[in-house]
Design a protein around this ligand. Structure first.
Ligand code: PEP
Length: 256
């Protein structure tokens, strides 16, 4: 059974106190109303870098909640003032790192070639990458969205060996759906997730494709998560806005 994941990307939100409070509320709620132990579900919280260590410490006793960084730098170490390396992230106990979020691609000019370097560094430092891909509105309207996503996956990930690739989580996040309140329909999500799984199958074979966790992201919330997650190739979600409210995030976790 492949792993199902609900990951909350806080982006640049919350003060330290607010963040700790949010995590405590999520933990308490999941204690009162636990997740189905028969499902292979992981919850990931991705706060800003500076909260990673204390939040990770708070989650030390949890068997299924992990932390992720929202980014890492593309070099191993050295004179890169203000940057944070994969090794640093690993050293504070985070297990995952989001790589190639569309906001990083758009505002920080991150290319697939740069992202491939980050993927390598994440894996070299025992972090599981959550690799984001997804088309922009004009690419959806021009019907080039399959080509766009295939290229992002090919250029960012397909240099990896099968063993290394099997540690990667893919997040399909159509840019037009992120933070807009306009989610992909369950049919649109399933169509793209199935396509991605086939692209992975062509490269690495059926077994690895069947085991690859593919998340949907883009205005996924407590109301639409159930319908989105019901699709056979949608293995959970990467959640932005709705991950900032404990009740909403927990409801999404209960949507499998
Ligand atoms: C995201 O930033 O990855 C995201 C999916 O945001 P939102 O849920 O707010 O659309």
């Amino acid at each position: 059974m492949r792993t199902k994941i609900v990951a909350g990307n806080w982006k640049m939100n919350k003060t330290f106190e607010e963040g700790i409070q949010l995590v405590k509320e999520i933990q308490q709620s999941l204690q009162v109303n636990p997740i189905n132990a028969n499902e292979n579900i992981k919850v990931i919280i991705s706060p800003p870098f500076v909260f990673l260590k204390p939040i990770n410490d708070l989650l030390a006793n949890s068997s299924f909640i992990y932390t992720a960084a929202q980014n890492c730098y593309s070099e191993e170490k050295g004179a890169f003032t203000g940057e944070v390396s994969a090794q640093m992230i690993q050293s504070v106990g985070a297990k995952y790192v989001i790589i190639g979020h569309s906001e990083r691609r758009a505002y920080f000019n991150e290319t697939d070639a740069l992202l491939a370097k980050k993927i390598n560094l994440a894996l070299a430092n025992n972090l599981f990458p959550i690799y984001c891909c997804g088309e922009r509105l004009e690419e959806r309207n021009a019907n080039t969205y399959f080509d766009v996503v295939k290229k992002q996956i090919n250029d960012g990930l397909f240099h990896l060996s099968a063993e290394a690739f099997s540690k990667v989580v893919i997040a399909y996040e159509p840019v037009w759906a992120i933070g807009t309140g306009l989610n992909a329909t369950p049919q649109q999500a399933q169509e793209m997730h199935q396509f991605i799984r086939n692209v992975v199958k062509e490269k690495y074979g059926k077994q690895i494709a069947d085991n690859t966790t593919i998340l949907y992201g883009g205005s996924c919330n407590a109301k639409n998560a159930k319908e989105l997650f019901a699709n056979p190739d949608v293995d959970g979600g990467l959640i932005g806005g709705a991950s900032l409210i404990a009740n909403d995030f927990v409801q999404i976790i209960h949507s499998f």
